[in-house]
Design a protein around this ligand. Structure first.
Ligand code: AMP
Length: 221
């Protein structure tokens, strides 16, 4: 059975870090739409050129573009054995398209990472990422080079204070309704993302196990 995991939560909740760690431990791909878009910006593709200005304002790329990107990615062979989806869906229209894409596949397990707003603002204001490979630096990591590739650590273009506040506003308006969309499913769980990363990882693994048990034959899909 494929482990199809969807991570919900506001920017700064730790979705990327936890998704990466979980995907590596289960040997399934982590699919981050933010990373796909940042790669497109870096590569200077047509989508990347159009996405950059929108991302720099903290707004969302159109549903059509995002659904197309994710549909193509989820149909690749490596994702048929399971995946961790991080950053998608971000609107109810994207969630409904995802349900269509997943029709006939194993159920989605949906984990919502909950973190108080003040903590999100603090984290996003101090977060550093590697300019080379995009990895998040540990929150209390100091100013050294990237632990993964030795690259230089920099602030993400959309982590400056004005854009952070806009991204949180966009989250509450457009993405938070997704929690209600998915909450009614037996494969939905919330976890406390304000704890140290190791505890969050342990809670995530336990929540996936519990949701997966009810999900076999019991979830919507
Ligand atoms: P993230 O790395 O997930 O915080 O995404 C960074 C930025 O990419 C977001 O602020 C959006 O501008 C854009 N983005 C990523 N995923 C999506 C999505 N599913 N729908 C629309 N825009 C997205």
């Amino acid at each position: 059975m494929a482990l199809n995991l969807l991570m919900l939560g506001p920017p700064g909740a730790g979705k990327g870090t936890q998704a990466e760690r979980f995907a590596r431990s289960r040997r399934i791909p982590r699919i981050s739409t933010g990373d796909i878009l940042r790669d497109a910006v870096h590569a200077g593709t047509e989508i990347g050129r159009r996405a950059k200005a929108i991302m720099d304002r903290g707004e969302l790329i159109s549903d059509d573009v995002m659904i197309g990107i994710v549909r193509e990615r989820l149909e690749r062979d490596d994702a048929l054995r399971g995946f961790v989806l991080d950053g998608f869906p971000r609107t109810v229209a994207q969630a409904s398209a995802l349900d269509d894409i997943m029709d006939g596949r194993d159920p989605l397990i949906v984990i919502d990472i909950v973190v108080p707003e003040a903590e999100l603002v603090r984290r996003l204001g101090t977060r550093l990422i590697c300019a080379e490979c995009g990895t998040n630096a540990p929150i209390a990591g100091g100013a050294g080079p990237c632990a993964t590739c030795g690259g230089k650590l920099v602030q993400r273009a959309d982590d400056n204070q004005a854009v952070v506040l806009e991204r949180l506003k966009v989250y509450h308006r457009q993405s938070e309704p997704l929690v209600e969309y998915f909450r009614v499913r037996p494969t939905f769980r919330s976890i406390d993302g304000a704890q140290p990363a190791d505890r969050v990882a342990a809670d995530l693994a336990a929540a996936v196990l519990a949701a997966g048990n009810v999900g076999v034959g019991g979830g919507r899909r």
